[in-house]
Design a protein around this ligand. Structure first.
Ligand SMILES: NC(=O)c1ccc[n+]([C@@H]2O[C@H](COP(=O)([O-])OP(=O)(O)OC[C@H]3O[C@@H](n4cnc5c(N)ncnc54)[C@H](OP(=O)(O)O)[C@@H]3O)[C@@H](O)[C@H]2O)c1
Length: 335
């Protein structure tokens, strides 16, 4: 039998256990041209919260009763597709389930000799590519510039700060726990960081940490943190809008200051939203460079691993609450 986690109900506000349902279903059988894979690591990501809503977006929502989608590192257990053989380790959008069939389209073969295979969902996968292109292609940071990143201890944010350091920038992080701040400052070499859950005046704290203002802002969170950053934006600053996680579980959108005149126009700053997929034709370049920096010890990464398919909703909700340090994964089978 296969086990699957379905969307049982559309969450109102923050998701809860009853929004998900674990079911058993017959084992899928691959047809001609298809592969059968067994999941090893599942990724839980903030974007999945958006897919649970019935709204028009850049990707269709998960249907009620549908399998929760998501990136997975898996092993090919049966292949009717000449491009894959049994035992291959692959990464694809197989969803929250033990087994899946796939045509092989959009499925990437992973070299287990390069790095632990779980990294295909983190530093050498979608979050790594998001950090790489969202920082370098959108903001073109220059040596000596001050780069601020919010959501700084997460899968994307921790890499953004380190890439900023590789580019000889000052990296300042904002995250929601003291151990995350120590990790950024002591282990990842950030030039400064603060805990937005214990600091009350974000603007004053940022002024202290960024005495020359902010040249680049990588925004993962939005909300009041971002409002404070905007007040310190320098002339010709670049703002990369990656995510707005502080807004994902709100039932009503928050009001925000009007920044078009005061920040974008008068300071000639540029804010640009992006989706990592827009760089798909450059993924090989991004993965090559991230793997190189990893090998050279210039990039470090952390993974937070929950165990058991049945605990995937819990891991997802814990990640939304900030209980993860680095990339949140769920291990569902041995390698
Ligand atoms: N544009 C793209 O193509 C793209 C691709 C991937 C990810 N993203 C976005 O990038 C961001 C980071 O994703 P990730 O995968 O790296 O997740 P992550 O940072 O590993 O995990 C999410 C983190 O968000 C923080 N958070 C939760 N609620 C918050 C709030 N109200 N205010 C501030 N921080 C809050 C928590 O850390 P704290 O303890 O610090 O609160 C939590 O650990 C998300 O916004 C995501 O949607 C965008």
């Amino acid at each position: 039998m296969n086990r699957q986690i379905l969307l049982a109900a559309r969450p109102v506000g923050f998701p809860k256990d009853s929004d998900f349902k674990l079911v058993e279903s017959p084992m899928p059988d691959p047809e001609e041209g298809q592969i059968l894979v067994r999941s090893i690591y599942l990724s839980v990501d903030p974007y999945m919260r958006g897919r649970m809503n019935d709204v028009k977006s850049y990707a269709p929502p998960v249907q009620i009763g549908g399998v929760m989608g998501g990136g997975v590192v898996a092993k090919v257990v049966k292949s009717n597709n000449p491009q894959f053989k049994e035992g291959d380790i692959v990464e694809g959008t197989f969803g929250w389930q033990d087994y899946a069939v796939s045509s092989g389209q959009g499925v990437r073969k992973i070299d287990p000799g390069l790095a632990p295979i779980s990294t295909a969902l983190g530093v050498l996968g979608m979050p790594g590519l998001t950090a790489y292109f969202g920082l370098l292609a959108i903001t073109n940071p220059q040596p000596g510039e001050t780069v601020v990143v919010s959501g700084a201890a997460g899968a994307v944010g921790a890499l953004v700060g380190q890439i900023a350091r590789i580019k000889d920038c000052r990296a300042i992080g904002i995250a929601g726990a003291d151990d995350k701040i120590s990790y950024l400052n002591d282990e990842l070499g950030f030039d400064g960081a603060f805990n937005y859950k214990t600091v009350s005046d974000y603007y004053e704290k940022l002024r202290e940490l960024c005495p020359k203002g902010i040249d680049v802002y990588f925004d993962n969170v939005g909300g009041a943190i971002t409002d404070a950053v905007f007040r310190l934006i320098n002339t010709r600053a670049r703002i990369s809008i990656c995510g707005q996680i502080s807004q994902y579980n709100l039932e009503k959108p928050e009001m925000a200051p009007r920044i078009i005149l005061t920040v974008l126009l008068t300071r000639q700053a540029r804010a640009e939203g992006f989706l990592v997929f827009q760089f798909a034709d450059r993924y090989p370049e991004g993965l090559r460079q991230m793997a190189q920096w990893l090998k050279e010890g210039k990039l470090k990464y952390k993974e937070d691993i929950e165990h058991g398919l049945e605990n995937t909703p819990r891991a997802f909700m814990a990640m939304l609450q900030g209980r993860n340090m680095g990339k949140q994964l769920v291990k569902v089978a041995d390698e």
